[in-house]
Design a protein around this ligand. Structure first.
Ligand code: NDP
Length: 610
């Protein structure tokens, strides 16, 4: 059967026209494509540096500068840093020091305290080390306070509070060849020496601001969602934002963050304006308390088993049972439906057409859900996403769409153009000024910019080579973790790695890999461990080949951080190149590499006493 005839027969059955949808998706993408890509955003620095200030601590924290040595310095105290610390401890490494900008562990879950913040990945697979800590989350989808509390529990369980330096920002890191140590400088004047460094800065840690003309002129209160100003809004993680009762509030952005905080803003504000450039796809949330009977049924090893089950399914693999069974795996259930009908399979082109069809069907459900929940037809149409499901981060919420039924909430659809300008007291769209007391930026995080800009510190490797210049045109790593010229340094977080929506799964795999290499290094009295030129070049070629394989899907997508703002595969950022073979195959490569035990591709220089 030809691709066209497959599409036609399915079309009749499904009740929509795939060609018309494909054309509509193209038109919607074209409206949003911009030549400036990532440059459309403003860096939260200089005059805009205040948007990064920590509102959760008293200002003016100081302490004595330190001058000490440590075996492993971990930069970042979110889940990647915590997992690295945990796995290093398990490998017997005692001398570990976490350096963290926030005043506690938590990373994303320290900063993003906006009302309603919740993780969209099922808590039983997202919260790491549940069996190690003997903890079961309270609900299928956990809210921020529980997640941060779990971060703190990991910190305590693995004794990572000992030596941790909070409210400390790295300012520079350089490799001292003679001493074979990294020298770490911080904003408190510290000068720390570390044999190994583990960069665990997180992929979404640096807030970004939209480059909207006039942004600096706004005289009302304004803040980024990751620095929520509760002193102004009142309330807490559960909402009750009583400070907004007499306020006209604007929120710019309609991504995963806005979807969660908008219902609370709608409930509280005198009037809420939601400024939309691209609507998100909003599927059902369906949260529920943890069933104690299910907990009793769990056998040792249950968490890794569940993580693997989800990961295999979302990578397109087969599993007898879908243990998590939610919106992330739904697209796979759609495909299984096609397979059961005997219509899935054939040539790669036919398979791609079937996958596209399943995607259309899923997105038709998402669009129908908007009609079911939003009664004004113009508002409902504006809230419908016209792109393939994984072009943007899928969202799940039961209260977001109904918020637009409220009389005090207005959706301002910018038709893909974005906000026109900001004045002293208003946001302007299509020449119309919306007067505001408070403007909230739910505009996300830097993803496609330089690694060192996102880390907030420059890294100088051997012979003064800066990471910024080495990666300026092309990120270059071995297994996404090591980069030549930067010995004894690991980069966690997804660069040139297999990506999964369940980030903590990736961090767990990476941290086991790092702990293995560090333990090997210590056992071999290694002065340096560094990737060989050849191994790194091979890995970069692997990444490039697999990125090309996913290139068409990404280029056809509406712009967003998933496709580097419409420029897939380019630039130094997180999505500048990933392992296109999927997370499961990537983890297999790491595990098999470790099992061989010969550190293939690494140059180890041993020197007793170092
Ligand atoms: P996003 O980058 O996903 O969203 C930013 C929003 O700002 C988009 O809607 C974007 O529109 C909009 N925007 C940017 N510039 C303008 C402009 N000039 N005018 C109008 N609108 C503009 O950030 P989020 O903080 O929402 O989410 C970031 C990531 O964090 C998520 O993708 C997810 O991975 C994670 N997250 C997870 C959560 C969870 O598990 N529940 C919750 C929150 C976040 P456009 O789409 O057109 O670019």
């Amino acid at each position: 059967m030809s691709v066209d005839s497959v599409t036609r027969s399915q079309s009749a059955k499904l009740g929509f026209d795939p060609d018309a949808l494909r054309e509509k998706y193209r038109q919607e993408r074209d409206k949003r494509i911009r030549t400036d890509g990532n440059d459309q955003y403003l860096e939260a620095a200089g005059d805009f540096g205040r948007y990064l200030d920590d509102p959760y601590v008293k200002p003016g924290f100081t302490r004595e500068a330190l001058s000490e040595e440590v075996e492993v310095a971990i930069i970042g105290g979110g889940f990647s840093g915590l997992l690295a610390g945990a796995r290093l401890r398990e490998a017997g490494v005692d001398s570990v020091r976490v350096i963290e900008t926030g005043s506690d562990f938590g990373g994303t879950w320290y900063w993003n305290r906006y009302p309603g913040a919740q993780c969209d990945i099922e808590s039983y697979i997202y919260l790491p080390l549940l069996e190690e800590l003997d903890y079961i989350p309270q609900e299928k989808y956990a809210y921020r306070p529980e997640i941060q509390a779990h971060s703190q529990a990991i910190g305590r369980h693995y004794d990572l509070y000992r030596n941790a330096l909070f409210q400390t920002q790295m300012t520079e890191m350089h490799w001292d060849e003679a001493a074979a140590r990294w020298i770490l400088s911080t904003n408190h004047g510290d000068r720390l020496r570390a044999r190994f460094v583990c960069m665990a800065i997180g992929p979404l840690s640096r807030p970004k601001l939209p480059g909207i003309p006039g942004l600096a002129s706004f005289a009302g209160n304004s803040f980024h969602t990751s620095r929520w100003d509760y002193a102004y809004t009142g309330g807490d993680a559960d909402g009750n934002l009583t400070g907004l009762r007499d306020k006209r509030v604007g929120v710019i952005g309609t991504g995963a963050t806005a979807v969660q905080c908008t219902p609370h803003l709608g409930e509280a504000a005198q009037h809420l304006y939601v400024f939309q450039r691209t609507p998100s796809s909003i599927d059902e949330r369906g949260n529920r308390p943890t069933d104690p009977e299910w907990v009793k049924s769990l056998k040792p090893g249950w968490q890794q088993h569940r993580i693997d089950n989800f990961s295999i399914l979302v990578s397109g693999g087969f599993q007898e049972v879908d243990l998590v069974g939610d919106g992330w795996t739904d697209i796979i259930r759609n495909l299984s439906g096609l397979a059961a009908s005997g219509e899935l399979g054939g040539s790669p082109e036919e398979l791609a057409a079937q996958v596209e069809l399943a995607d259309f069907r899923k997105m038709e459900q998402i669009r129908a859900r908007v009609d079911a929940l939003v009664s004004d037809p113009t508002t409902a149409e504006a809230l419908k996403p016209y792109y393939r499901q994984f072009c943007k981060r899928p969202c799940f919420h039961d209260d977001y769409l109904p918020t637009f039924e409220r009389a005090n909430v207005t959706l301002v659809d910018t038709q893909g153009k974005g906000v026109e300008r900001i004045t002293e007291n208003a946001v302007v769209v299509d020449g119309k000024a919306y007067q505001l007391d408070c403007l909230i930026y739910a505009t996300g995080f830097e993803v496609g910019t330089d690694y060192t800009r996102r880390a907030g510190c420059e890294i100088f490797g051997r012979d003064g080579l800066s990471l910024h210049s080495k990666w300026a045109d092309q990120v270059s790593t071995f297994h996404g973790l090591l980069s030549r010229g930067f010995p004894n340094c690991f980069f966690m977080g997804g660069i040139q790695s297999g990506i999964t929506p369940n980030f903590t799964e990736l961090y767990n795999e990476q941290s086991q890999h790092i702990a293995y290499i560090v333990a090997q290094g210590l056992a071999r009295e290694a002065r340096t461990i560094e990737t060989s030129q050849e191994a790194e070049a091979d890995w970069v070629r692997t990444i490039q080949a697999s990125t090309f394989a996913t290139g068409n899907f990404q280029s056809d997508c509406t712009p967003g951080y998933y496709n580097n703002e419409g420029k897939p595969g380019e630039g130094p950022g997180w999505f500048g190149g990933n392992f296109g073979g999927g997370a499961q195959d990537f983890f297999k490569i790491l595990r098999e590499w470790r099992a061989k035990g010969d550190l293939e591709g690494l140059e180890v220089v041993s020197s007793p006493g170092y």
